[in-house]
Design a protein. Structure first.
Length: 76
């Protein structure tokens, strides 16, 4: 298991939720040499709008981890 030490850890239900809601805050802290990581609860497998991780990679977040919970609509 790979471990990363980060200063800020943000959780979101779906990929790109964190980036859309808090990217400005995370980027501001990263500009002050802080490390930020994102944890997505689902992989967003029910999404329809392309590759969900592009935003996080473009912004340079330290790591992205999926918890592995299935997207809600698969449970219904």
């Amino acid at each position: 298991m790979i471990q990363h030490q980060v200063d800020l850890l943000a959780f979101g239900a779906h990929p790109d939720d964190v980036e859309c809601a808090t990217a400005g805050t995370l980027l501001r802290h990263m500009a002050m040499s802080k490390k930020a990581a994102i944890v997505d609860i689902t992989a967003g497998e029910m999404g329809r709008y392309g590759r969900p991780l592009n935003a996080a990679y473009a912004e340079g977040f330290t790591s992205i981890r999926f918890v592995g919970v299935p997207d809600l609509f698969q449970l219904i």
